[in-house]
Each structure stands twice: as structure tokens, then as C-alpha cells.
Design a binder for this molecule. Structure first.
Ligand code: ADP
Length: 401
């Protein structure tokens, strides 16, 4: 009989999952990953095996909500892997607040505590926690682990976590938390292997996906990051603006008459690349477009990235390396090149060939500051944490696919 560890990343309209498998006492192996997208509109259930071959791609109209999606996943697992054991389930949970500086095995008390953090991540936290609740009903007795996007940043000095508002407001939990921590943690674990010469130095990691942020690593620990109290700060993102003068938000309320719900929609869904271009939130569409508004969106994305690199360089007292990761960071040679060129003053020199080949090192030998592309793997990080906390054998969860 085979054992399984499941990794779940539950969002508002999608459920992503990864499956790790162990046959008898063999090592854990990455088995498959997949997603159910379009929950609430036109759900599609797809999965790929460890070699990237499609093993499922079909509409799943019966799925009406998150619970339905987990039910469908359970049925599919049963049909694919009949008679196997799920030993543990690891969840991505966006917010661990100030209290959770690392992953935890879920108990009813912890689940209730995590619900109190919902106002800090209203669009993600409820879905993450509902998935934990549903799994406890669908797979009773199977231990679950919550891995937080915020935990990795709890090593930052107090000054970097501060939001300079009055004490009573700060005391209520208003501080800089940071996000994309599982991605940064994964990159930090990969640095000694991929880039040993800079692994223990001053590194800026750029996680550029539809959500985007940067993290300053010193000795592989987070010392600062661009996202803060919510996932709205810092860089320009697909549909989020990044840093905005708070006075603009006051103006929207006081002078333009927007409601809190309107402003939430504007900030989370209508701004950033989409808001600037009026065309798309997808960098591929913007790069393919000749529309001046698309060009302006890309210019702002690069401008903001370079500006944040400068800020993090100041925090680190200089930079040894810049690492690109996530959808845009891993796949767009053009954006990497433009950000590196805008950061040339730091001593970054791109190697054109290496950059288009997506070689791990994309800077020239002469480059004072090296630049790298390292694909992230948040699911593997969750699987490792889950295995470790549940005593399932950490070392054996080291396969990197
Ligand atoms: P998420 O934050 O949803 O996990 P990803 O890290 O998967 O996002 O990144 C998704 C984004 O990556 C897409 O919206 C798209 O803009 C961008 N992307 C993916 N491939 C490319 C590419 N070849 N060139 C430019 N951008 C890309």
C-alpha cells in the first residue's frame, strides 16, 4: 500500500494541489500536480504527472464551491490511487499574523485563532481556512499542517516590521508582515546549491508573478520585504497598484464617494498592470502589444522594481546578487533584462545569451553583482514542512519537482 502527502493551495476561484507518494519504505516522490480552476464560473479540472504529461483535463460543471472542489479531488485521488493512505495534508495559508513564525499542525483552537486574521487577508484567508475545515470532514483523522506566507519574514528586525502609526493601533496588529514567504524560503534553501558563492551574502530576491514582491536576504534570512500589512504594498502587480500614497485612498472615500467595497475592488482587482494599460493584467499580453498604454504599464513595472531594488540595497548595505523567480521572473527574459539594466548603477551586467537561455546565472563574469533565475517551488516547501512536522521523513521530501 502506498502513502501520500497532499499539498493544497485553496484560493477564491481555484484549488491547486500537489501529490507526493511513498511506496512502502521508499523515498517520497513527487507524483502529480493539478488544479481546479474557474470555481463558481466554469470549473476545469486538470492534472499533470511528474514528467509534465497531462493526466486529466476536463470540465467539472458539478463543482459549485470550494467544498465541491475538494470533494472532486478526493474522488479523483480514490480513482487514481485506490487503497492508498493520505498521511498528511499541507496547506498554504496566506496569513500567520505576528504569532506564527513557522508552520503548525492544525488543531481546532489554532484554526479558530487563524480565522481572527481574516480581516488582514480578506480575499485569501477564508478560502485557505475553509479548505482545512473541509479536509477535516472529508479525511477525518488525517493530520493537517498550515504553512504561512508571512512566517519567513518574522526574522526581520523590529524597525523593518514597523508601521509608524499610534501605539494603540499598532498594538492591534498593524505592522508589516510580508508575503510570498514560502517562495523566499524555498529560494533560500536552493541558494547554497545553485549559487554557493553568494548564498550567505546580501541577496535581493524578486518574486514577480501576478502578485509581486521583493525580499532582502542576508545570510538567507529575510531582513526586509516590499509587501507589508496586506498584499497591496511595494511593486506594481497584475491588478494591484503596489505602494500608493494613503492620501489617495482618503480622497477616494472623502471626495469621490467610493465605498470601502469599491475601494477594495479597485485596489485588489482593477489597478496595477491592468489599471495602467486598460488591456490586460498578463505581462505576456502587454509585451505583445504595441499600444502606448501597454508600454507605459511595463515601463512602470520596471521602474518600480528598480526603485525597490535600490531601497533594499540600502537596507542590506550593498548587494551581492539579484535573483528572479515566479511567472514573470522565470519566463520573461525581456523584463529581467530591463530590470537589470535599470539597476546597472549597482554593478549588474546581463549576459544576453545566458538570460535568453534562462541559465541559472544570467550576469556576465565581469558583473560586480551577479543575477540569477531560480524557479520557485512553494508546494515542495509546504510538503517539506508537512513531512517534517508530521514526522514523515524530511530528507526524503527533497525531490525538487
Ligand atoms: P501567481 O502569483 O498567480 O502564482 P505566477 O507566478 O504563476 O502567478 O505568474 C503569473 C504571471 O506570470 C502571469 O500573469 C503572466 O503575467 C506572467 N508570465 C508567465 N509567463 C510569462 C512569459 N513568458 N512572459 C511574461 N510573463 C509571463
Amino acid at each position: 500500500m502506498d502513502d501520500f502527502t497532499l499539498v493544497i493551495n485553496a484560493g477564491s476561484s481555484s484549488l491547486k494541489f500537489a501529490i507526493y507518494r511513498r511506496h512502502e519504505s521508499e523515498q517520497w516522490r513527487f507524483e502529480s500536480r493539478g488544479q481546479i480552476e474557474g470555481i463558481g464560473t466554469s470549473p476545469q479540472f486538470s492534472a499533470k504527472d511528474a514528467d509534465g504529461h497531462k493526466i486529466l483535463d476536463q470540465p467539472a460543471r458539478d463543482i459549485k464551491d470550494g467544498r465541491g472542489a475538494l470533494d472532486a479531488l478526493k474522488q479523483w485521488l480514490r480513482s487514481m490511487y485506490a487503497g492508498s493512505n493520505v498521511l498528511g495534508v499541507g496547506h498554504r495559508v496566506v496569513h500567520g499574523g505576528a504569532r506564527y513564525g513557522g508552520p503548525v499542525v492544525i488543531t481546532p483552537e489554532i484554526l479558530a485563532d487563524l480565522r481572527t486574521l481574516t480581516p488582514l487577508a480578506p480575499l485569501h484567508q477564508p478560502h485557505n481556512l475553509d479548505a482545512i475545515d473541509t479536509v477535516s470532514k472529508l479525511l477525518p483523522g488525517v493530520p493537517q499542517v498550515a504553512c504561512f506566507d508571512t512566517s519567513f519574514h518574522r526574522t526581520q528586525p523590529p524597525v523593518a516590521q514597523l508601521i509608524p502609526l499610534p501605539w494603540d493601533i499598532r498594538d492591534g496588529g498593524v505592522q508589516r508582515y510580508g508575503f510570498h514567504g514560502l517562495s523566499y524560503e524555498y529560494i533560500a534553501t536552493m541558494l547554497p546549491q545553485v549559487a554557493p558563492e553568494i548564498a550567505d551574502g546580501r541577496v535581493v530576491v524578486a518574486h514577480l508573478g501576478s502578485g509581486a514582491s521583493m525580499c532582502a536576504l542576508k545570510n538567507r534570512k529575510s531582513v526586509d520585504t516590499t509587501l507589508s500589512f496586506t498584499a497591496l504594498d511595494g511593486l506594481c502587480m497584475g491588478t494591484r497598484p503596489g505602494a500608493v500614497d494613503p492620501g489617495v485612498i482618503l480622497y477616494l472615500f472623502q471626495n469621490l464617494g467610493y465605498s470601502p467595497k469599491d475601494v477594495e475592488t479597485i485596489l485588489y482587482k482593477q489597478s496595477g498592470l491592468l489599471g495602467i494599460s486598460g488591456i490586460s493584467n498578463d505581462m505576456r499580453d502587454l509585451l505583445a502589444s504595441t499600444d502606448p498604454a501597454a508600454r507605459l504599464a511595463i515601463d512602470y513595472f520596471v521602474y518600480r522594481a528598480a526603485k525597490e531594488i535600490g531601497g533594499l540595497a540600502a537596507v542590506l548595505g550593498g548587494v551581492d546578487a539579484l535573483v528572479f523567480t515566479a511567472g514573470i521572473g522565470e519566463n520573461s527574459a525581456e523584463i529581467r533584462k530591463r530590470i537589470c539594466e535599470a539597476s546597472a548603477w549597482l554593478g549588474i551586467e546581463v549576459d544576453e545569451h545566458a538570460n535568453t537561455q534562462r541559465a541559472p546565472r544570467i550576469s556576465t563574469e565581469a558583473s560586480k553583482v551577479s543575477a540569477w533565475v531560480i524557479p520557485t517551488n512553494e508546494e515542495l516547501m509546504i510538503a517539506r514542512h508537512t513531512g517534517k512536522l508530521l514526522g514523515l521523513g524530511r530528507a526524503s521530501l527533497s525531490l525538487s519537482r
